[in-house]
Design a protein around this ligand. Sequence first.
Ligand code: GTP
Ligand code: MG
Length: 149
Amino acid sequence: FERTFIAIKPDGVNRGLVGEIICRFERKGFKLVGIKILHPTKAQAEEHYADLSTKPFFAGLCNYFSSGAVVAMVWEGKGVVKTGRTLIGATNPAESTPGTIRGDLCIEVGRNIIHGSDSTDSAKAEITLWFKDSEVAEYQGNQTWVYEK
Ligand code: GTP
Ligand code: MG
């Protein structure tokens, strides 16, 4: 199955939303195959968000992402990149639908608590950036009860 990179940003960690966010992916049926907590350096934040380097908010974004501990995760499942983004909700929480993570749990675009890869290609690149192969676990999980076959 497909994998995606999900990160709970420093505001999400410091607000105590780690369990809530993991719960939403877990109960959907996705499988957690990698997880760690780390305090990103500014350079790591800049590399992670390199595609946004020309944006006016880039410096603020990198300061925000490197301002505290982040919970970095790899989630696996059918369509997890796209469906993960649906669970997360729109970039600007003012426009995120209630019921989504951002729609329920945050207010400002610059403090939107969670990151999710936006394509299978960026998921691959981000997983490689944040995780060694040995930090991603293969295990059975409950997939026979989640999928038709
Ligand atoms: P990520 O999952 O974090 O990558 O968000 P996204 O894919 O929904 O949006 P995008 O990649 O375009 O932007 C990355 C992050 O930059 C967003 O999650 C916001 O935290 C921040 N950001 C995006 N647009 C703005 C903006 O207009 N103003 C500010 N202050 N921050 C922004
Ligand atoms: Mg993005």
